[in-house]
Ligand binder design. Structure first.
Ligand SMILES: [Zn+2]
Length: 132
């Protein structure tokens, strides 16, 4: 959550996604990687020093509200959910901060982790993008 808020504080007008991952450090604390900038609608996360296998969760931001998206910036995309669902060897949670600073958390369904069936919860409230 701090990492997500940091992205918007650091790049307040960036019309691009930023994506990183969360991993446990040697003290057992959860640490976020410095995010990779992406494009308006795409990003590839940065990985922990220990690589892909050290990933405990994904996080990314959705940049600015995109005209014509009709709120698409305010929710996880299908690709976002599949990214979390298809983490190997097991699915991991994903966090998203929207342009209105809402933070959403997606938890893959442990009984059916590869089909976007997990639950999404709002962990920080914010504004919605205008519908247009
Ligand atoms: Zn996304």
């Amino acid at each position: 959550m701090d990492a997500l808020n940091w992205v918007y504080q650091t790049y307040p007008t960036a019309n691009a996604e930023y994506a990183g991952t969360i991993f446990p450090d040697s003290n057992g604390n959860y640490v976020a990687t410095v995010p990779n900038p992406g494009t308006e609608a795409e990003s590839n996360p940065s990985y922990p020093p220990g690589g892909y296998s050290q990933v405990d969760a994904y996080y990314h931001t959705h940049g600015q509200c995109t005209k014509g998206m009709n709120g698409g910036n305010d929710v996880f995309s299908s690709g976002d959910l599949l990214n979390a669902d298809f983490h190997y060897p097991h699915a991991v949670p994903a966090f998203l901060e929207t342009p209105g600073h809402k933070i959403l958390r997606y938890d893959p369904d442990p009984n059916d982790p590869r089909h976007k069936k997990g639950a999404t919860t709002t962990i920080q409230s914010g504004c919605d993008c205008p519908r247009n």
